[in-house]
Write a protein that binds this ligand. Structure first.
Ligand code: SF4
Ligand code: SF4
Length: 359
């Protein structure tokens, strides 16, 4: 990361903490560059869907420009597995040249040291790697994988990536989804993250009612049904995370408020995940074929895609459009963190210091 990258990031953090909540423009975009994936995680529905087409590099250039014209400051490239795109290095470069902060979320299996260096050289600011377990036999179960060596490779890749990212002064994060399969590993995962120079985000498995939307990224409640005793295990796992979060030097990146939300959520027999979100206004999702939705739990916005996105943000009635889609979702927990950043500047300051201290 160059000095000008650091300046860009500092300006972004300042904008989010001070002005973001007043802005009528979104600050953050999640771009699902593909829905293809080399894993089959039980709690995910991305790989279960048939999904039409993926944007070409040329089309992604148009998307990047339109994100910038619509006021966006940062993009996280997700999937499916983004590294399945042969042109992923070029994709990173396109967003970087458009002046966006570029993040990448990967399951880490396909990383190599050459590819990692190329990604950072192309302008990648932060990297997020999924790690749900430190135990190979559990990984095979969670990711429904037949490859016995994949977990070992993932762990080696995470260690390798840490030193490459550090050399490039880039942010590095592990992302863990807590499920009944790994609820007892919170402490081990947090200490692994700290040992290898990562910050770590812990998230709960969230299911959805697929009757309500047609772009769901979360698995339906029917496919991932949790028993009451399993919910209790997850509640305890997040209580443990909350306790670890209070320790000095913790690598846990979630805010205490988000962890408390999870404790409360898993403590209720019939939790309601709805909240007063501002999806669309503060953040949006671009799907692999270029359609746009207000978040990954809602259907695409009719009539808009990567080509005419700025027109959507010029419409005076756009809030009505966004609320229509917000009302037709199953609710969520994890997306709250995007708004907590806007409305809790102190949390933003703490996160910034953690981030800078870890570069
Ligand atoms: S959670 Fe991520 S790695 Fe797992 S199947 Fe879904 S997209 Fe792939
Ligand atoms: S509550 Fe808001 S952010 Fe969460 S899934 Fe619904 S529309 Fe999306």
């Amino acid at each position: 990361m160059t000095l000008s990258d650091l300046f860009l990031k500092f300006r972004y953090l300042l904008y989010v903490a001070v002005f973001g909540r007043y802005s009528k423009r979104p600050y953050h975009c999640q771009f699902q560059v593909t829905r293809r994936c080399n894993l089959r995680c039980r709690y995910c529905c991305v790989w279960r869907d048939e999904w039409g087409g993926e944007l070409s590099l040329k089309e992604i250039e148009l998307l990047a420009g339109n994100l910038r014209h619509s006021g966006l400051k940062s993009v996280v490239i997700t999937g499916g597995e983004p590294l399945l795109r042969d042109d992923i290095v070029d994709v990173i470069g396109v967003f970087k040249r458009a002046g966006l902060i570029v993040r990448l979320q990967t399951n880490g299996i396909l990383l190599t040291s050459e590819l990692s260096s190329e990604l950072f050289k192309a302008g990648l600011d932060d990297v997020y790697v999924s790690l749900d377990t430190l135990r190979a036999e559990r990984f095979i179960k969670i990711a429904a994988l037949r490859d016995d060596g994949a977990h070992q490779r993932l762990i080696e890749n995470i260690k390798m990536l840490s030193s490459v990212a550090k050399r490039h002064r880039s942010g590095r994060f592990l992302l863990t989804v807590i499920t009944p399969d790994n609820h007892d590993e919170v402490e081990e995962l947090v200490s692994f993250a700290g040992r290898w120079g990562y910050l770590i985000g812990l998230y709960g498995v969230e299911t959805s009612d697929t009757q309500k939307g047609d772009a769901e990224i979360r698995v339906s409640g029917a496919l991932f049904r949790m028993k009451d005793n399993e919910r209790l295990l997850l509640k305890r796992a997040f209580q443990k995370a909350l306790m670890l979060k209070k320790k000095k030097g913790t690598p846990i990146f979630n805010s205490e408020r988000l962890l408390k939300d999870y404790v409360e959520f898993y403590g209720l027999a019939k939790p309601d995940m709805h909240w007063h979100c501002r999806a669309g206004r503060h953040y949006l999702v671009v799907l692999p074929d270029g359609k746009v939705s207000v978040c990954n739990g809602t259907a695409p916005v009719k009539g808009y895609d990567y080509q005419n996105l700025p027109e959507l943000y010029r419409r005076k009635d756009r809030e009505d459009i966004f609320s229509h889609y917000r009302m037709n979702c199953s609710g969520c927990i994890c997306t709250r963190q995007l708004e907590y950043l806007l409305f809790e500047p102190w949390d933003m300051v703490k996160k910034t210091l953690m981030y800078l201290g870890n570069l």
